[in-house]
Design a binder for this molecule. Structure first.
Ligand code: GLN
Length: 200
């Protein structure tokens, strides 16, 4: 049984649960989803993988750094402890991975610019090309950030035309789109399969 930690600070959480369940079904992997709200939840869940949803990164920083929660510093420590730990960060989750603002190194070595697609294209859908899944993927972008610079060992794993929209470092994925809002659970499936491999 794989334990998946779902960061519940704010934003798109329940759709991730549905995507995880769909992925578990198609990969035939048994999972248990653990909702993480405070540092002690992470400790008791002892997850094999993490999902860091989108939402508003400023709100997530406030709630997650509040001493009553303490979840953000605990998550960053958990992720930094081992780069093979599978993490899926989407949109605001990707912002936090690339720019943790805690004085430590980024968890995914890419610079990221918030709300960088501008107001006129606040939200849009477009097919993207994913090298990780080796196929096209329906990209849903909502007030999406933009990667401005990647440094090794981070590598591009999803492209919207010439634009990098997905980055991988170790088993950490930072995506500027919302895979949980498409019918395709491919990235969630990747997370589960990777967690299973790492755990085996
Ligand atoms: N605009 C949000 C932020 O800056 C991210 C958008 C999202 O997660 N859908 O945090």
């Amino acid at each position: 049984m794989l334990r998946i930690g779902l960061v519940m600070l704010q934003g798109a959480r329940h759709v991730h649960m549905a995507a995880l369940r769909a992925a578990a079904e198609s990969a035939d992997i048994e999972i248990e989803i653990h909702e993480l709200r405070k540092a002690s939840d992470l400790e008791s869940a002892d997850p094999h993988a993490l999902v860091f949803p989108g939402g508003e990164s400023t709100t997530m920083r406030l709630t997650g750094n509040d001493p009553a929660s303490g979840l953000l510093p605990a998550l960053f420590a958990w992720i930094r402890a081992d780069s093979t730990r599978p993490v899926l960060g989407t949109c605001a989750g990707a912002i936090l991975l690339c720019d943790p603002q805690d004085g430590g190194d980024p968890l995914v070595a890419a610079e990221i610019d918030r709300n960088a697609f501008g107001r006129q294209v606040d939200s849009f859908q477009s097919a993207l090309e994913s090298a990780l899944l080796d196929r096209q993927f329906p990209g849903v972008f909502i007030r999406a950030p933009r990667f401005t610079n990647l440094s090794a060992p981070a590598q591009a794993i999803a492209m919207l035309g010439e634009e990098v929209v997905g980055v991988r470092e170790g088993n950490r994925l930072a995506l500027t789109f919302h895979p949980e809002l498409s019918e395709d659970a491919g990235f969630h499936e990747w997370l589960l399969r990777t967690a299973k491999e790492v755990t085996a």
